[in-house]
Design a binder for this molecule. Structure first.
Ligand code: AMP
Length: 294
C-alpha cells in the first residue's frame, strides 16, 4: 500500500490504473477506522481492480463549537488496518491541500441538506458535498462506497451525483454494529462506560418502530412516537430529532406509502449518536423481530 498526500499524486495513480484497464473503488473516510469502515473497504477491494481509501477529517463539515479539534485520530493504526485489507492507495491530504488559500467554491444541497441532521448542523452537508466531489475528482473511481449509518448523507450524495452528472456509481452499504446493536462510529470513543451501556437503546427504539411498520402500521407519527417514547425512558439521552421522511426527497411523510427513512439523533454525553431504519412498504415482506435483537 502506498500513501499519497496530494491531489496530483492521487490523480496520477488513478490514471495509471485506468490505463491498465483496472476499475477503481474509492472509500472516503475521516479515519479512526473501525469494522464499519472495514466493510466498505472489503467490498471495494472485492468489486474493483484497485481501491483507494481517503482519510481526511474535513474541517468544512464541522460547525463552530463542534468536535473538529478533538475528533479522534490514529493514522498509524488506520494505515496498518487498510494495508491488511488489501488497499492500494491511502490518500491522506492535509487541509491546506484540499482547501488552499483562496478556496472559494462549495456544493450546496439546499433542501435535502436542511432536513434531519442538517437542521442542527447548518452547513454540514455543504461541507460533505464539497469534499466528496473533490475526492471523487481526485480518485476518478468507478464506484464509491458509503455507509447507510449516515443515510441522509448517502441520499444527498446520490442526488448530487445525479444532478452533476458524475460518472461514479455511489454504492450504499449496510450499517455494521456492535454485538448489542449500537452502530459502530468513530465518535463512540467519546462515550463513558455508563453511557456506552445505555447507547444501544437508540437501536432498540428504532427496531420497535420498524416492527410496527412491518406489522402493517402506516402512521409515521405513531412510528416516531414509539421511538420518542422509548428514548424518553433514558434520562441521559437528549433527543435531537426523530423523523420519518421519504428517501426520495427527505421531506416528512403523512403516510407510509413508499420507501421511508426513519431516522433519529440523540446527544449522549459528549457524543451525538445517529441511527435509522429504511422501510419500503412494497419491499419483500419481513417477519417482525419480536424483541430487541439487532
Ligand atoms: P466517517 O469516517 O464516519 O466519515 O465514515 C466514513 C464512511 O464510513 C461513511 O460512508 C460512513 O457512512 C461509513 N460508516 C461509518 N460507520 C459505519 C458503520 N457502522 N457501518 C457502515 N458504514 C459506516
Amino acid at each position: 500500500m502506498e500513501t499519497v498526500t496530494t491531489v496530483r499524486e492521487m490523480k496520477a495513480r488513478s490514471r495509471a490504473w485506468r490505463r491498465h484497464g483496472l476499475s477503481v473503488g474509492l472509500v472516503p473516510t475521516m479515519g479512526f477506522l473501525h469494522r464499519g469502515h472495514g466493510s466498505l473497504v472489503e467490498r471495494s477491494v472485492r468489486e474493483n481492480g484497485r481501491t483507494a481509501v481517503s482519510v481526511f477529517v474535513n474541517p468544512a463539515q464541522f460547525g463552530p463549537g463542534e468536535d473538529l479539534e478533538s475528533y479522534p485520530r490514529d493514522p498509524a493504526r488506520d494505515s496498518a488496518y487498510l494495508k491488511s485489507l488489501g488497499v492500494n492507495v491511502l490518500f491522506m491530504p492535509e487541509p491546506s491541500e484540499m482547501y488552499p488559500p483562496g478556496f472559494a467554491t462549495a456544493v450546496e444541497a439546499p433542501e435535502l441538506g436542511e432536513a434531519l441532521c442538517g437542521a442542527s448542523r447548518p452547513g454540514h452537508f455543504r461541507g460533505v458535498c464539497t469534499v466528496v466531489l473533490k475526492l471523487l475528482n481526485a480518485a476518478s473511481p468507478d464506484r464509491a462506497y458509503f455507509g447507510l449509518k449516515d443515510a441522509q448523507q448517502f441520499f444527498i450524495l446520490r442526488r448530487m451525483a445525479r444532478d452533476l452528472d458524475l460518472d461514479a456509481s455511489l454504492v450504499p452499504c449496510e450499517t455494521v454494529r456492535e454485538a448489542d446493536g449500537l452502530a459502530m462510529s468513530s465518535r463512540n470513543s467519546y462515550l463513558t462506560p455508563e453511557e456506552r451501556a445505555v447507547a444501544p437503546l437508540l437501536r432498540k427504539a428504532l427496531l420497535a418502530a420498524e416492527d410496527y411498520l412491518i406489522g402493517g402500521g402506516r402512521d409515521p407519527a405513531e412510528a416516531c412516537g414509539i421511538v420518542g417514547g422509548m428514548l424518553s425512558g433514558e434520562s441521559r439521552f437528549v433527543p435531537d430529532y426523530v423523523e420519518a421522511v421519504a428517501t426520495s426527497d427527505l421531506k416528512p411523510v403523512s403516510e407510509v406509502s413508499s420507501e421511508i427513512l426513519l431516522a433519529a439523533a440523540v446527544r449522549l454525553g459528549r457524543a451525538r449518536l445517529i441511527d435509522n431504519v429504511i422501510f419500503d412498504p412494497s419491499g419483500p415482506s419481513r417477519k417482525p423481530r419480536g424483541g430487541a435483537g439487532c
